[in-house]
Design a protein around this ligand. Sequence first.
Ligand code: RIB
Length: 311
Amino acid sequence: MAEELDVVVVGSCMTDLVSQAPRLPKAGETIHGHKFFIGFGGKGANQCVQAARLGAKAAMVCKVGKDFFGSSYIQNFKENSVSTAFVTQTAEAMTGAASIIVNDAGENAIVIVAGANMLLGEEELERARSALGKAKVLLCQLEISSHISLQALRMARQSNVRSIFNPAPAIPDLHPDFYKESDVFCCNESEAELLTGACVASVDDAGRAGLELLSRGCAAVIVTMGPQGCVVLQASNPKPKHIPTTPVNPVDTTGAGDSFIGALAFYMAHHPSLPLEEMSRRANLVAAVSVQGVGTQTSYPYKQDLAAELF
Ligand code: RIB
């Protein structure tokens, strides 16, 4: 019998095409950048790789193109000990790609062309049903067809598998069942803003947006806030709790939210009895390491890079 998994991600893979520039260009403007590189990204795969680097037995359910980038991505999963049993390649579309610009403050702007990710369908999800149903945690985002993400969350719920849903990139008309079908609904400030229509610029704003998201049926909400840490709310005790993080000098914040979510999934799988606030405090610290390195997965820490007290 195949080994049971800690974390299953039904989600995206992207080839990140990253340009570093002094600032983000304005509409219609061309500016000089100082460095270009290609890396492995995509919110789903980033979260999966971070969970695996902390020690989770992880698998990706995803689709890449039958092209150089797709084959390289499969190799990348193997090098990160992520199971590729449910990774498929298609000749119908290219591997997803993300054009990313990172400014000198470490902030970014991203355009994704999801490509093969959008062809991940019910058939592939059905093939992963048994593994998903025995896993400890499922992670989903919105860089694949949203109905596949929702279906995966429903499968997890039917099998009592805990789930984290990351509504990214956020869409204004999110299906209402996403709030009810996920155990932890984890978004950043801009996603919380788009979903609630309210400005989320402070910890208090994040608390108010979190309460609105809870009222839509979530069991728990986390709003991540970069250098300000995150705000955690639970339906059983809805008072928003601010979980601050350690200040660091950010070099590149791309994928920091994915590092946080991958770490959170690791803690939910390996330390399920820790309070969600403590899991979030530790996940904040993992993500803080990631912003101090260049690139997305290239900056994600391994277990051996982190303090023993985090495990
Ligand atoms: O969250 C960061 C990720 O968003 C990048 O790796 C990019 O691929 C986009 O999906």
